[in-house]
Design a protein around this ligand. Structure first.
Ligand SMILES: [Zn+2]
Length: 282
């Protein structure tokens, strides 16, 4: 495990990416590392049996789950977005959405494969491609670089448009964050702006949720901008999603760099009033 991590560190340094002590330790202990906004996981490619971790839930309609590694073997959450694949002298990477597409294109013994968590692959480093073991069709692998990472499709945007199809009567819980949502959570250090609570997952990870005051989907059509987003704990998120919590800017924690819009605070408060009225009419 350490050997793999050291190799990644060497590859990174060649690309001008330097990890601090804490990040290096995390990589060595768990084979997970954050690059930019992505959590990356190092694939075991040091024997002749290279394996990709495949999430079975991907093959159910509408599933958006990220792949995860056996949590018992690791500390803390182990979901990741990018596969880092050191192979011979090269470092490849693969976004999980791409991998999911390729997994659907498996030609042989599909049913058998779908029961496995790990899918074995064969890499051709001359053509920079891989195929699933025993299958014939090759899929492209990209060389890891910050530039190539930036070119990744914006999964969040794509999913957002799809989320808009949900009916307005359903409260849609977005497990997956938009890019802006992530920035807000980082700005607040994963601390709830309403109660100042932050949930500790382990020594390094905290948990919070991002709430769009004027929701993105349905009848609301709110924008995905920082002015419309707040960082909250799960309890306050449920109340806000149900328009059950009026907000008072004065009583909230607002970061000086966060120009939270009064327009959206008022939108929430107006909806809270309307929701109350509907309930008392019954
Ligand atoms: Zn809270």
């Amino acid at each position: 495990m350490t050997k793999r991590a050291s190799l990644i560190i060497k590859h990174f340094e060649k690309l001008g990416i330097y990890l601090n002590e804490e990040e290096e330790k995390k990589l060595k202990d768990t084979c997970l590392v954050n690059v930019g906004e992505y959590t990356c996981w190092v694939v075991n490619f040091f024997n002749n049996n290279p394996k990709f971790c495949v999430n079975k839930n991907w093959f159910q309609a509408d599933s958006r789950q990220k792949p995860s590694i056996n949590p018992r073997a690791l500390d803390g959450p182990s979901n990741f977005e990018i596969y880092l694949i050191p192979f011979e002298e090269k470092l490849y990477f693969l976004h999980y959405i791409e991998l999911r597409e390729y997994a659907f294109k498996l030609e042989k013994n599909r049913d058998d494969w779908f029961n496995e968590t790990w899918w074995t692959a064969e890499i051709n480093s001359e053509t920079d491609e891989f195929k699933w073991f025993g299958n014939e069709k090759y899929f492209p692998l990209k060389l890891f670089s910050l530039e190539n990472l930036r070119k990744l499709p914006d999964v969040d945007d794509k999913e957002l448009t799809e989320d808009k199809k949900y009916s307005s009567s359903t409260v849609v819980r977005r497990i997956r964050d938009t890019k802006v949502s992530k920035e807000i959570k980082v700005m607040y250090n994963y601390t709830c702006q309403i109660c100042q609570e932050s949930l500790k997952l382990d020594d390094v990870n905290y948990y919070a949720e991002a709430h769009h005051l004027k929701p993105l989907g349905g009848e609301h059509e709110g924008p995905d901008v920082k002015e419309n987003i707040i960082c909250v704990c799960p309890n306050h998120h449920v109340l806000l999603d149900n328009f059950a919590l009026p907000l008072d800017l004065e009583k909230m924690d607002v970061h000086p760099d966060h120009n939270l819009s009064l327009e959206f605070i008022n939108y929430n408060n107006k909806k809270v009033q309307e929701t109350k009225r509907v309930k008392s009419d019954r």
